[in-house]
Design a protein around this ligand. Structure first.
Ligand code: ZN
Length: 222
């Protein structure tokens, strides 16, 4: 299927937003590595027990059938006292479960301790979140919904460039997406959902009355 100008524009916008997200994630990841190492070093300096990694007990028997059968025994390190027990931020709980997560993975925000670290963490996590939201917003902007102003971009039965307003979205008996739209000429058209795309001011402006109709349809659908 040939890509339309609108589809190309969406792909480019999403690609740019994804690059941004990756960049922010990489910086956040570096900060997390740094913070986790600092917390691990502090834990180690405070006498953290390397035998049990701070859990006070180790796994003594397990089966692949699940962690419910795990048996644990108290830590054998005589220096392992209540004072040294405290989770190593990089260690997972002694368990046969392979997907156990460490404190650093489970609660990354807890790796930031000083006010400066907390500020940096919050700023970077916020940037990652914003970049993610931006990608969602781009997708939503190009998504055909009831009330969307659309333009016919492929197919044979309706003239390419026909503009209209979507009043129904569903699927045919084979499960393929279909839409019903009221054309700018007032006619009702039914076509494959893949034959239309969201109309933008600069690519295919609607007439004013058509635009009002779309807004009304959109409101009644909400
Ligand atoms: Zn121990």
């Amino acid at each position: 299927m040939k890509m339309t100008a609108t589809a190309k524009r969406m792909a480019m916008e999403i690609e740019a937003a994804e690059v941004e997200l990756d960049n922010h994630r990489a910086v956040l990841s570096d900060l997390m590595t740094e913070l986790t190492e600092a917390r691990r070093a502090e834990w180690s300096r405070a006498g953290g027990c390397e035998v049990c990694r701070g859990w006070g007990e180790t796994l003594s028997w397990w089966t692949l059938d699940g962690s419910g059968w795990d048996e644990r025994k108290p830590c054998t390190n005589p220096a392992c006292t209540a004072k040294t027990v405290g989770t190593d931020p990089t260690s997972t709980e002694p368990s046969s479960r392979q997907n156990n997560r460490s404190l650093a993975q489970e609660c990354p925000s807890r790796m930031a301790k000083t006010a400066e670290e907390q500020r940096n963490y919050a700023a970077l996590a916020g940037m990652v979140e914003a970049a993610r939201a931006k990608i969602e917003a781009i997708r939503a902007m190009y998504e055909v919904r009831v009330g969307s102003e659309v333009v016919v971009c492929r197919g044979k039965k309706i003239a390419i460039g026909t503009r209209g307003c979507v009043f129904w979205i569903g699927s045919d008996r084979w499960g393929k997406g279909r839409i019903g739209m009221t054309g700018a000429d007032g006619q009702t058209h039914w076509t494959a959902a893949s034959n239309v795309e969201v109309a933008f001011e600069d690519t295919s402006p609607l007439t004013q009355s058509q635009s009002i109709l779309c807004r009304l349809t959109s409101q009644s659908a909400a």
